[in-house]
Design a protein around this ligand. Sequence first.
Ligand code: FES
Length: 97
Amino acid sequence: MLELKTRKTQKMIEPETGLTILDHALKHDVDWGFSCIRGTCARCRCYIASGRELLEAPTEAEEDRLEPEEIEQGYRLACQCIVKQGGDISVTHKPYF
Ligand code: FES
């Protein structure tokens, strides 16, 4: 299952390969802050608590926008972060502000 957590809500949904984390949030009415959908604003930034190996590698946009240490620690941009494979994934919305 894919767990999506924000400050206000927490939802368990079925992950779909090929969709981004943000796609999942929007499809399941989770109020996930975002703006650009191109990997530049970082409003959609999130922390992958588990299931990192089930996601596609960070995109060039994520590598430009996030610090290497952030990526290392498990931070991603939800609009860029695509589910590669089903399984248990836990994601928390963690914008900078
Ligand atoms: S919505 Fe702007 S970086 Fe994801």
